[in-house]
Ligand binder design. Sequence first.
Ligand code: UN1
Length: 458
Amino acid sequence: MQESRSPAHPDQVLATFPDQQPGEVAEAVAAARGAAPGWARLPALERSQALDAAADAIAGAAADLTELGIAEVGKPRGEMAGEVARGVAILRYYAQATLDPDGDTLPSADGRSLLLSRRKPHGVAGCITPWNFPVAIPLWKIAPALAYGNAVAWKPSPAATAIARELAALLAAALPPRLLALVTGDADTGQALTETADLISFTGSAAVGRSVAVAAARRGIPAQAEMGGQNPAVILPDADLDQAAPMIAQAAMGYAGQKCTATSRVIVVGDAEAAGEALAAAVRRLPIGDPADERTVVGPVISEAAMARVLGAAAEVERDGGRVILGDDPVPEEGYFVAPVLADRIKPSARIAQEEIFGPFAVILSARDDADALRIANGVRYGLAASVFTRDLDRALRFTAELEAGLVRVNGPTSGVDFYAPFGGVKDSSAGPREQGKAARDFYTVTRTITISPSSPG
Ligand code: UN1
């Protein structure tokens, strides 16, 4: 049996659950596969209504889900409530998307036949999701999978099992029996899912994502994996620091930096000392504390291991010849709290400027000019999100063209995604097609080309 505990109050156990074994996963997938054809055959309007009913159920339970998220994954109240609202919006969006065209007609070779391309669901979508967006990420996979006629087998992160159970129960009540299966457990359970589902959508670490993609390729099933980031925010000399500093501070330290889209490197062309001071002041203004408090922006990290990872990274700063400019703000005694760390005078090649720390930790890197900033920004194995702060149109155009990232923002934060726009990274951040918006349709359906010809030459 495993337990999920509150990171702010580790004595509090939110869920106990089994690591489900491969045989149980196969049974859950088989049950979902049995329900899939009936769901796929339903008129699209009925699938739409079911997704709308699910959205209503989640909107009705928003307060409970918000409390559960605060307790189980330590997400501060404001962000957690926003995430639940985002989940409702995602379901409503895909409820409407069921009514979109399900294919195209094309000119036929003989001019008399009907040549069509039509989309069909794959069967059972396996969804493997992380703990850091325990409502939005599952829903931006499950909602399109269902909308386009698939059944779903879902394995949430063990650290978000209580909220996943609640969410799954709300969804299941609006859906035909057995269409949605929840399986609990860790990596082995996830692996069993990749061995049995008909396609896999994964969000999590780079190492696991890569093995999911390899396992899917071996079986010949579609897979998408959204993985880590080491996201840069570039401050150019003409940027408005008063706007940039609070935005970058929030993107780096909000939810204790536990987002694959969080800013981890601040690359400064020009006066790095002034930028560092503005940033440190902006980070100091972010309230740290109990995630249940509505003013809190920086809550705890998820576990003791995560705390050790952040403290270990902070200890590397001086060994690397760098300087910690912020790192000992007071934090609550109980729970997995670490003070936000900002460091400068670091070399871009240092481990702590290359690897994902996944906590309230960011480094400031100095660049000689725009070309140097681009070289540093792109000099990591990841490529998820990047931002650049400038008032110069030509420079903005150059950076948007040359930054190696799936999501590029000018004068905006690296974190926060629009659920109706395509989302995904380049390099080691992603494998497979994009998620979200209309891009999801390509992943959750297979296109078939159909020709219907007259039965006689006529
Ligand atoms: C966001 O920034 O709103 O796991 C979403 C993550 C990303 C999602 C980020 N896949 O942090």
